[in-house]
Design a protein. Structure first.
Length: 121
């Protein structure tokens, strides 16, 4: 799936503006990528459009950023409330699940905390 298609899907699912959909999608890819080991991060990135692949490959996972609460990260970085952050997370995840193979989705989820997986739905 192409980058613009992914943004459009987030926009359709969420009702967000084009720019908010794009920013939320980029933040989601970055937030997921930092929670993955290097091999899985490369596998995840390989299934993304170039614009998102570059984001996923540019981050490095550390114990500190791997353990940051995803919901609070979205709230703090964008100065939004919990409900809005949850909507961003769920709609970007829904779009990503349509762009990435089911096996890769399962591999990504296997490296996320139980709390993060529960949030994704």
């Amino acid at each position: 799936m192409k980058y613009r298609e992914l943004i459009k899907r987030v926009q359709v699912y969420s009702g967000f503006s084009d720019s908010e959909s794009q920013e939320a999608l980029q933040l989601m890819v970055e937030s997921l990528a930092v929670r993955l080991n290097e091999g899985e991060r490369k596998d995840f990135a390989s299934q993304l459009p170039t614009e998102l692949k570059d984001i996923a490959l540019s981050v490095r996972s550390t114990d500190e950023n791997r353990n940051v609460d995803l919901l609070h990260q979205f709230m703090e970085l964008q100065d939004i409330d919990e409900g809005h952050a949850k909507k961003q997370i769920k709609t970007t995840w829904k779009a990503l699940k349509e762009a990435i193979s089911p096996g890769e989705i399962e591999d990504v989820k296997a490296q996320l905390s139980n709390k993060t997986v529960a949030l994704l739905g």
